[in-house]
Design a protein. Structure first.
Length: 224
């Protein structure tokens, strides 16, 4: 995002230090200064220095940039969504190796020839929540451990799925089983026509805010 008259604030996800922001000085004044290295989804090596909380970029090296994932609107939307989800769920200044690895797999999947489906997005959400240490329980009741059958319920603030021991938002046990299967499937194999926003809602609940990029997904681009 823009910062001051000519700078940009860059949000990075690092495997070793998690979510971190740096300033790219004069990035808007001179387009050549960082030569597109800070486009969303790029993998970069950054040297940043300074005093206080906000470090300024002194060197950046572009390691990998998405290509196919920037070729159509569905993939662009998922690229931006994945970066926001993984970045937002990562801790600040603490290791985030699993979320970083997941984002790398996500970007590789979006570079592949197979068209992304809504179920792929759900698989990513389930893994991101899990790697952030937020659960959720999907195969048994998060309160009593009982198996799930209809009517099951869902409580984002209380572990996820619940059996008949609890009140909450009604949800089908079949849907929860399908979400669990997607959580366990490698991203390269996750697919199908399942459509659900349950885990997107759970991410937003844990962040305490809406995802900026969610609107990109809700425009019908992902109808396929
Ligand atoms: Zn229970």
């Amino acid at each position: 995002m823009d910062l001051g008259e000519s700078d940009r604030l860059i949000r990075l996800l690092s495997p070793r230090i998690g979510r971190v922001s740096v300033v790219a000085r004069r990035a808007r004044a001179s387009r050549r200064r960082f030569a597109g290295a800070f486009e969303v989804g790029n993998e970069v090596v950054v040297d940043a220095r300074g005093k206080g909380d906000l470090l300024a970029v002194s060197m950046v090296e572009l390691v990998r940039a998405p290509r196919a994932a920037r070729d159509d609107l569905t993939r662009i939307a998922l690229l931006c969504f994945g970066c926001e989800v993984a970045g937002s769920l990562a801790p600040e200044h603490a290791p985030a190796e699993r979320l970083y690895g997941l984002l790398g797999h996500w970007l590789s999947r979006l570079e592949g020839s197979a068209p992304p489906t809504p179920a792929l997005r759900i698989a990513f959400e389930a893994k991101a929540l899990t790697f952030a240490g937020l659960g959720p329980r999907l195969s048994t009741c998060s309160r009593c451990g009982a198996g799930l059958s209809d009517p099951a319920t869902w409580q984002a603030d209380s572990g996820g799925a619940h059996a008949s021991c609890s009140f909450g938002k009604p949800v089908s046990a079949d849907l929860l089983a399908a979400l669990e299967a997607l959580r366990r499937a490698p991203l390269a194999e996750a697919g199908g026509a399942l459509e659900s926003w349950l885990l997107t809602d759970a991410i937003e609940y844990h962040l305490g805010r809406g995802l900026n990029t969610r609107a990109l997904l809700g425009t019908g681009l992902l109808a396929g």
